[in-house]
Design a binder for this molecule. Structure first.
Ligand SMILES: [Zn+2]
Length: 268
């Protein structure tokens, strides 16, 4: 396969809320143009370890990114690395921990917030460092990167759902409404991305619980959605993808060499 890919990581979005609150994505599923799967995130259910898991296919206890305060470059091969090794163009609009994992650590806002660096794994980046940075701005940052650079792989990583969960908890109007708001933002972009030929995956690092946090094995903090849309996906309801297979699956879509597990059943 040789496809361009957009991976949207809706930080902190629990599966059940994704299932009922993302009306636009569910309309694509109902029309047979997308499919929704349920993933159990790897443990611990923490952000930085699971960014690493999603982007490298390596679980936290093996990557060494075992909690959020491990501030160093990843020592694994990420989607960005595989794509660059194949000569593809990479971009990300994401939280600054993504820049720390794959470009430069520690994050230096003046240097790294807006990144244009052909030699780095993430060549084109807009990286934010406040959890309440508006998702609306983050999606616009991502679309700007896409229109300007036509990246083969683009990561889109908004934080407002997780932020609402930490302030109000899983079972709160604020958390649910932040998920609904992200879905409405996606509605502005999804059709254009598909028409431009992108294969689109929408998932989450971890979920959220009623203690306004996440770390462990409760279903609500561990179960996350995976929506897929695009011509390369099987939309096979029997597929059982794992979070550790996202990296390899994206590499298969991109058509670049990799050495990670992937979910064959997700693909045509
Ligand atoms: Zn969080």
């Amino acid at each position: 396969m040789k496809h361009n890919v957009i991976l949207v990581l809706l930080d902190g979005l629990n599966y059940q809320v994704a299932r009922h609150a993302l009306g636009h994505l569910q309309a694509y599923c109902a029309a047979g143009r997308a499919a929704l799967y349920k993933l159990d995130c790897e443990l611990p259910a923490l952000s930085r370890p699971l960014y690493e898991c999603v982007l490298t296919g390596v679980a936290p206890i093996d990557s060494g990114i075992v909690h959020n305060d491990v501030v160093r470059l990843s020592n694994q091969h990420s989607i960005f690395h595989y794509a660059r090794a194949a000569g593809l163009c990479t971009a990300a609009a994401a939280y600054h921990w993504i820049s720390e994992l794959y470009n430069r650590a520690p994050f230096n806002a003046a240097r790294d917030r807006h990144t244009e660096a052909a030699e780095l794994p993430i060549q084109h980046g807009h990286f934010y460092y406040a959890d309440h940075y508006p998702d609306s701005h983050l999606f616009a940052d991502a679309e700007s990167l896409r229109l300007r650079h036509s990246p083969n792989f683009l990561l889109v990583h908004p934080m407002n759902i997780d932020d609402a969960g930490h302030k109000h908890g899983l079972d709160s109007p604020q958390y649910r409404n932040s998920a609904r708001a992200a879905d409405i933002l996606l509605a502005d972009y999804l059709q254009g991305w598909l028409e431009a030929g992108y294969q689109v995956l929408v998932s989450a690092d971890h979920g959220m619980n009623n203690d306004r946090t996440h770390n462990g094995l409760l279903a609500e903090e561990r179960e996350v959605p995976l929506f897929v849309a695009g011509s390369a996906f099987s939309l096979d309801g029997a597929a059982q993808p794992r979070q550790t297979e996202l990296c390899g699956t994206v590499c298969e879509l991109l058509g670049v060499p990799h050495d990670k597990p992937f979910c064959r059943e997700l693909l045509k």
